[in-house]
Each structure stands twice: as C-alpha cells, then as structure tokens.
Design a binder for this molecule. Structure first.
Ligand code: UDP
Length: 494
C-alpha cells in the first residue's frame, strides 16, 4: 500500500519512551511502510532481540546506530539510557548528549533510501524539529502520553489557573469533559517544577520543549478511541485533526518472547517469577512495580513491602533501588522479609518482564506508579489497578484510571516526587494505605466486582482497536495516507 514511504523514528532513550516507539515502529512497518529507528549501540543491543525478530519476519525495519557522546558530556561511559544515569541530577547532561546526535544524523541523512517522508520523534528532542526543517519533512511528535494529558496540559497553558492557587489547594482542571480535581503539587514539572536549582533548570528545558512542540505537524498517541474518546475529540479540535491514536502499542507483542524481552534483551519468558505465578490461583496475585525510573527511599520502600505483607494477598514486588539498593537490601536481610513472605510473595530485582507478567492468569491487580505505558498496559491486561503516582504526568493518569475508566483505586499519594530531588520526601504513603487499597481492589464485594468488569471491558476494546477494522488500525491508515498525500504534494509543514 505504501511501499515508497519511509519514516525516520527518533526516540528518547529512556525505557518509557523507547519501548513504545519500538512497538510503534513495528506497527507502522506492518503497513508496508519502511521505518528506520535511530538508536545508540547499547540500546541497539538492549532492544535488538525484539527488532531482529521483526526484521527476520520480513518487516521493513532498519536500525541506524549513532555513537552516544557520553564522556564529552560528563556521563559514565556506557550510560545511554535515562535509567542508566547514576543520578538524575545528570539529566541535563543526558539531554545535551542527545542534542549532539543532530550532526551525525544530518551527515548520514542523504544515504537513507528511499528518502524519508517524515520524522517521528520524541517531542523532548527539540533539535529533531531542526533536522525536519532542514530536510523539508513533516515533524510528527510522540511523547508517550495520553490525550487526557495533552488536553489538560493545553488547557492549563492557556488558562494559567494553576498560577493562582496554593500548592495544596484542590482546583478543577479547566475545560475537561469530566470534573477532575487536583492540586498544584500534583501537576507535572511544566507547572510544578519544585524549588531546587535543578528543578528550575529543567523547567526552562520543559518550556523550550513546549514552545517547539507547538510547531509540530501532528502527534501520534499511544491510546485508543474507546478509552478516552471525549478527550481525544477535544484535543483533535485543538490540533486541526492531526492527532492519531494508534495504540495500545503493547498489544502489538503477540508472542511470549517479545513480551518478555520488551525493554531488555536479557529477560526471558521462563523467568522465575512466571514459574512462581504458574503455582498461584487465578487472579490472586498483586503485581507491584513502579516503572523504570522510580527509586523509592528506603523508608518508603519499607512501607510498601510491609503493606503488601499485611494485606495477606500474594504479590510480586519489583525492587529498583538504584543508589539506595544497599540500604534496601540491608533492611530486607535484617528483617528476614523474603523468608517471612515465602510462598506468598516474591521480589524481582532489576528488570521484570512486565507485559508477560500482566498477561498471566494468576495476576489479579496491578499496583502501579501510573507511568502512561504501565497504565495502558494494565488496561490492556484487563486488570484493576492500585494507583500510586510518583512524578511527571502520573497524577493525570491516576485520574484517568480512577475516574474516567473506573478501574483504579488510589493509594493516597499527595504530591509529585521530582526525580531530580535526590533526597526524596520521606514517607508519603503508609503501610496501612497500601494494605487498605490492596484489600479494596482484591475484595469480592460489588464495588470491586464492578471495577473488574470495567477492566475486562477495556481489555476487549483494546484488543479490538488494533484488529482489522478497529479504531487504531483505521487511525494508523489515516496517518499513513496523510503523510503520503503530503509527500506527493511536496510540502513541508502545516
Ligand atoms: N518495564 C518493564 N519492567 C520493569 C520496569 C518497567 O518491562 O521492571 C516497562 C513497562 O512495561 C513500561 C515501561 O517499562 O513499558 C515503563 O514505562 P512507564 O511509562 O510505565 O513508566 P516510566 O518507567 O517511564 O516511569
């Protein structure tokens, strides 16, 4: 259908951004469109197994590797992904290193065959807008977030209501289809950057990203019409229709190995936690994972672990301590925690094969930090969720899960914990909060049953969206047609 089209995909090298863009690359290639994904050597290795299988299956997927300038930017030698940063205070160095990819990319651009018809880039890589301009291509952005988030962000930027409220004063987000109440301290960094020097530095980067993204040709969203239709419709009006919801991306992984290796080539589909899940009753286990970047303080981790233990519900808890690993391990050992919960709970250290775990019949609920990927993966798995937002736009995603989809129960987090805020904020959520939310979600009462039914409904809708004739399949074709028309007309933007 579109065999002369070629899309150049430039992801931000951070799991929550790169994982969905790899899925997206495969979805686009399945429509006979050539895609080239630009990544660095270590990421090519990390995501290579999944990409190699896609290529071996005959999909027109290419990988363009560019060396990542780590040492020039004060980063450790092999640090090529945000989750490899020894400290998030190096975030700006990481973005500076990304910007240095512009020249090497421009140098090889003319070797790309057929000539690319558009660039789809993570919106946080503002320099890619210059590349698109230089080569006269439409610049399509992706930022891994929902239309709820896009609409809420747009409305706050326009209305500026958040500038007139106190930090913890609840206010209604303007112009949304539902009445959604939040506090300023729950808003993402663009509106709530914290008081640290690093926070202020990142605020200016975010403002620059925002200013640049407004000039994008269009936006691709990892969502589907049936999940947030009223939000999508409103956002489309603002963007002259160029909003293409073509997800949920995670559902594009059909076989267990692709599910297991999504985000890490080291992961395996007979991981010990899958074997353990095989021994558990249907829908009995809570899977608790706070994404790829969150590093709980030891005190907060202890509350989470004890809350799960108190609930007496079987669980898998993913531990990502980063620089706090030693302290967390010391507590686990001194407490004899793993022995105490033996048979009923297990810990996974490092990378968990999340999508594989979520699709296991023994899992009955997902305790999540509400990163958008995790949120939509939970929705695709048909699971009720215990929501514990941490940073960025995760409180919006909590509202979407709890209020809009009706499949989530809040654990009770009150404010954003900025990643760059290395000292964290002690304890936000207590063990009894975790235990209560877990018990509520897993109960057999009518409220929990309704939640489970809604979750099941969205799982079915998510599956249909990507099938032949489904809403996302249709949107993907509309996107391809738009780029094809644009290319044939020989235009560049808008
Ligand atoms: N993920 C995973 N295993 C882990 C941690 C994360 O597979 O141990 C995946 C998860 O499935 C999701 C992504 O990493 O696709 C995390 O993205 P999300 O937007 O949920 O959160 P972030 O990591 O960006 O905070």
């Amino acid at each position: 259908m579109a065999s002369n089209l070629h899309m150049l995909i430039i992801p931000l090298m951070c799991p929550g951004h790169l994982i969905p863009m790899v899925d997206m690359a495969k979805l686009i290639a399945q429509q006979s469109v050539t895609v080239t994904i630009v990544i660095t050597p270590r990421n090519a290795e990390r995501y290579g197994s999944v990409l190699d299988r896609a290529i071996a299956s005959g999909l027109p997927v290419h990988i363009l590797q560019l060396r990542f300038p780590t040492t020039e930017n004060g980063l450790p030698n092999e640090c090529e992904s945000v989750d490899d940063l020894p400290t998030f205070s190096l975030s700006k160095n990481f973005f500076d290193a990304c910007a240095m990819l512009q020249k090497p990319l421009e140098d090889v651009f003319n070797e790309l065959k057929p000539r690319p018809s558009c660039i789809i880039s993570d919106k946080h890589l503002s320099w890619t807008a210059d590349v698109a301009k230089k080569f006269q291509l439409p610049w399509v952005i992706f930022d891994g977030m929902s239309c709820f988030t896009q609409l809420a962000t747009h409305n706050l930027c326009v209305s500026k209501v958040q500038e007139h409220v106190a930090e913890s004063e609840p206010f209604v987000l303007p112009g949304l289809p539902d009445k959604i109440t939040m506090t300023k301290s729950q808003l993402p960094g663009l509106f709530n950057s914290g008081n640290s020097a690093r926070g202020k530095e990142l605020k200016s980067i975010r403002e620059q990203v925002r200013a640049t993204e407004l000039g994008a040709y269009g936006i691709i969203i990892n969502s589907f019409e049936e999940l947030e239709k009223r939000y999508i419709d409103e956002y489309r009006k603002i963007k002259q229709g160029r909003v293409w919801c073509i997800g949920p991306f995670s559902n594009s992984n059909k076989n267990d190995l692709d599910k297991a290796q999504r985000g890490s080539n080291k992961s395996i589909n007979n991981h010990y936690c899958i074997k353990w899940l095989d021994s558990q009753h249907k829908s009995s286990v809570i899977y608790a994972c706070l994404g790829s970047l969150t590093r709980l303080t030891p005190l907060q981790f202890i509350e989470l672990a004890l809350g799960l233990e108190d609930s007496k519900i079987p669980f898998i808890l993913v531990v990502k301590g980063g620089s706090r690993t030693e302290e967390i391990e010391k507590w686990l050992a001194e407490e004899g925690f793993e022995d105490r919960v033996k048979g009923r709970g297990i810990l996974v250290r490092g990378w968990a094969p999340q999508v594989l775990i979520l699709s296991h019949p023994a899992v009955g609920a997902f305790l999540t930090h509400c990163g958008w990927n995790s949120t939509i993966e939970g929705i695709c798995a048909g699971l009720p969720m215990i929501t514990w937002p941490q940073f960025a736009e995760q409180f919006y995603n909590e509202r979407l899960a709890v209020q809009v989809a009706g499949t989530g129960v809040e654990v009770g987090a009150k404010r954003v914990i900025h990643l760059e805020d290395e000292d964290g904020v002690g304890i936000q959520v207590k063990r009894e909060d975790v235990c209560n939310a877990a018990t509520r979600v897993m109960s057999e009462g009518p409220e929990a049953e309704t939640r489970r039914e809604k979750a099941k409904y969205f799982k079915e809708m998510a599956e249909k969206a990507l099938e032949e004739g489904g809403s996302s399949q249709l949107n993907l074709r509309l996107f391809i047609q738009d780029i094809m028309l644009h290319t044939n007309k020989g235009g560049i933007a808008g």
